[in-house]
Design a protein around this ligand. Sequence first.
Ligand code: ADP
Length: 555
Amino acid sequence: MNLLKPTSANSCPLTPLTFLERAATVYGDCTSIVFNNTTFTWAHTHRRCRQVASSLARLGIRRGDVVSVLAYNVPAMYELQFAVPMSGAVLNNLNTRLDARTISVMLRHSESKMLLVDVHLRALALEAVSRFPPGTPPPVLVLIRDLEESLSLPPTVESRVNEVDFLMSYEDLVKKGNSNFDWIRPINEWDPITLNYTSGTTSAPKGVVHSHRAIFIITVDSLMDWSVPKNPVYLWTLPMFHSNGWSFTWGMAAFGGTNICLHKFNADNIFSAVDRHKVTHMCGAPVVLNMIANSPNAKPLKNPVHFLTGGAPPPSAVVLRTESLGFIVSHGFGMTEVAGVVVSCAWKEKWNRLPVTDRASLKARQGVRTLALTEVNVLDPESGLGVKHDGLTQGEIVLKGPCLMLGYLKDPLATAMCMKDNGWLYTGDVGVIHPDGYLEIKDRSKDVIISGGENVSSVEVESVLYTNPAVHEAAVVARQDKFWGETPCAFVSLIGKANSEDIIKFCRDRLPHYMVPTKVVFMEELPKTATGKIKKFWLRDMAKNLSPPKERSRI
Ligand code: ADP
């Protein structure tokens, strides 16, 4: 057969942004967003996103510029997942738990042109921007006011933002925008759509860049893999800043879902939102499952709720307890570098006949590749070959497929270390493959601690400890924590005088709070290998034997 060439009709760039137009046609009168007492339909959302995109373009945002957002799970945050890339810009969601210094590093590294700020995070954003050195232009600031307050203003009145620092308010971007704006489509499906930082407190921020193509594929794949039906009612407990809510931000438009937005959540408002809105689906790290399972006000659900958990290993006992309340737990594995869930514990009908404890242990395994991932394997670190499928032999989990990142922004070296010449993305996770082909994570080779589903780079905490004049050597490892899964534990040798409180306070003043060690162990000298490397594996073992933390240290 002669080779047929692609034409402009069949090679138009894939992008998840086209889901929104379709949602307006198919689900135009269905609810798209609910927040407190405000409700939007998909027709509204489509219009509002185009208005915001046109305002961004009018304000000078150009194709390829970075636009950052620092916001909780409010309606504007949802809309911006579409509106920013519809203006041609690259969307940079920032983690709301970071400190001003880290946010400032990320804004500078990305050369962000605009920062849209939740009114409740105003002080944090202003402090971040105040840290820009003279001569470095800060991003233009836009304030996302509380929605109900903004909407109550008469349409003719431009809602003046009191602070001089902000150019305008988000609702002004909506009001002044053109609802027929011909949004800026990607020229090529490999064009960037998102930038998500996985670390950044040191001078080497790692910004993961994804293409329109990758996001299109992962979004469709995630909906299929979780068997999401049309018109789901989706409760936003997973922060949208976290890998764009594992791509379910765009996914809800694809299937005409209702996004239930909460400013902040706890077990009580989760249960009441589930009841009030008849929630069908939600996602979250195991820490959220734990919160639900252990809530004193936990009550059996009237209707089943599908809960997709990931980001850290879910303990089987927690899965069991949450399922006994009526949640149907699914388990997936992913990382920012792949934009969502790429390995999941695909459930077999016959497993339903097993005792509950066996079911929960099976569900705690990470599983098999989703349909869109081309290959997953566990490689022996010495030989580079796949390990035996015996559930015992450990190796590094590697991935191959179309939803892998384009790379780390301005960091070809880190990109090459993660995505190697042999065609694999190295996850830094250590796992085994069971005889039935299901994969299970056992450990991590990368220096990452996962606390409440958020990554803490131990290297970043160590670099702060080393700036303390009393510290001689420092190493940070994970310590098991019933509530958070893991918290950082610091091993320190001293050259000056300091006690645990001094060290913890020192870190608190310099790091986001979730990165601060909850325990400091002093040693005369840290244990080293023959080549002088600190024996982290040895310290990890020691951390396992420390007495457990007394109670929840923070939320
Ligand atoms: P996310 O938390 O959204 O999956 P991150 O990039 O923040 O993405 O973290 C990725 C890391 O989280 C993985 O490399 C792995 O160490 C850990 N992780 C993610 N999902 C799971 C899971 N289901 N079980 C165990 N660890 C997981």
